[in-house]
Design a protein around this ligand. Structure first.
Ligand code: MRU
Length: 347
């Protein structure tokens, strides 16, 4: 892969700016926690695992800056303030909160051991870098497992971008597609454009083309046509949060694809790391759904396409009921939604 979604460097957290793809390939450097939080909110970085990595790095960076600039004074208060700042960026993807919890554990263990502040901050940096590395390994593992459900000469439909850009690398849904492509199984990927922010058109098409995986772009309202015509063998999407019963929040429009796939008996898979499963929520009705700015709907890349004052809804995610999901592909295996809680909690 010839680009990096997110990396820790001496000067700060470096991210490819996903708001400018595919027109420009630009990297931005966030030099403090506030800049990382802004990058998450404005979707310079997006995708559940990627914002988890960004949040972890944001904590490490915020604490490093505090230590460099102010010294040890008020370090504990700063830690909680940085966590709150990052937690307030986007509500749906649970990976963000999972990553903050991991950072809290590292911080409280370091404090519990009475380590000097400089050592504790080094541990935070190491933990954030490790979360990034583990994410790539996890995706490779779930991709390899998921490739088994992809038939030969498969035509696969995906929605939004659950690729290397949405993670530290390799991707979840696109990880499955990448692994299947390495095995020579992919005939074509149909990428839904994914209004309002066009992650499918701008990001999925870009990253698959870049890896020479055959991709064809369709608008969201074409999915039914191609599924009904028998042009899709399998659907695979990512997830932002999976409840204990398997109900899955993913990019708005995923539910419609799942309903169509079920009607035409096309297998519908969700690919996600275990860090996307929120066992504290009984079902999808409890998943918080982010409502985003009206501008995203009334305009496309700054070009107004609707009457200025029209009323707008803009939920960023929808919830696909577990009953519509053929299987959930994780790094620990492929599960039917109802198997998640008993099987994964036993491990
Ligand atoms: O609003 P976004 O672009 O962050 O939404 C991303 C998605 O819905 C992805 O499908 C999901 O995060 C899975 S990413 C591996």
């Amino acid at each position: 892969m010839s680009f990096e979604t997110i990396a820790w460097q001496d000067e700060g957290v470096v991210m490819i700016d996903q708001t400018r793809l595919p027109l420009e390939e630009v990297y931005v450097t966030c030099r403090n926690a506030e800049e990382v939080a802004r990058a998450i909110r404005t979707m310079v970085i997006r995708g559940a695992p990627a914002i988890g990595v960004a949040a972890a790095m944001g904590v490490a960076l915020g604490m490093k800056r505090q230590l460099d600039e102010v010294g040890e004074a008020g370090l504990s208060d700063r830690f909680e303030a940085v966590c709150r700042l990052l937690a307030a960026t986007r509500p749906t993807a649970v990976n963000l909160f999972w990553a903050l919890d991991r950072m809290r554990q590292v911080w409280s263990q370091a404090n519990g051991r009475g380590l000097p502040a400089a050592e504790a901050v080094k541990l935070l940096v190491a933990a954030a870098v490790k979360i990034r590395e583990q994410d790539i390994e996890t995706n490779r593992r779930l991709g390899a497992l998921g490739a088994a459900v992809v038939p030969e000469k498969a035509r696969v439909l995906t929605h939004c971008n659950a690729g290397a850009l949405a993670c530290a690398g390799y991707g979840t849904a696109l990880g499955v597609i990448r692994a299947a492509h390495e095995q020579g199984k992919i005939r074509e990927v149909l990428a839904d454009e994914t209004r309002p922010l066009l992650q499918g058109a701008r990001l999925t098409a870009w990253e698959l083309q870049r890896d020479q995986i055959p991709v064809t772009l369709i608008t969201d309202n074409m999915a039914a046509h191609f599924i009904a015509a028998g042009a899709v063998d399998l659907v695979v999407v990512g997830a932002d949060r999976i409840a204990a019963n398997g109900d899955t929040a993913n990019k708005i429009g995923t539910l419609g694809v799942a309903i169509i796939a079920r009607e035409f008996q096309v297998p519908f898979y969700v690919a996600a790391p275990c860090s996307t499963i929120d066992f504290s929520l009984a079902n999808g009705g409890e998943i918080p759904i982010e409502e985003r700015d009206r501008e995203e709907v009334v305009a496309i890349r700054g070009q107004v396409v609707a009457p200025a004052e029209v009323a707008v809804y803009n939920p960023a995610f929808d919830v696909t009921p577990a009953a519509f999901i053929t299987g959930i592909i994780t790094e620990k295996g492929i599960f039917k939604p109802e198997e998640l809680l008993p099987r994964l909690c036993r491990n």
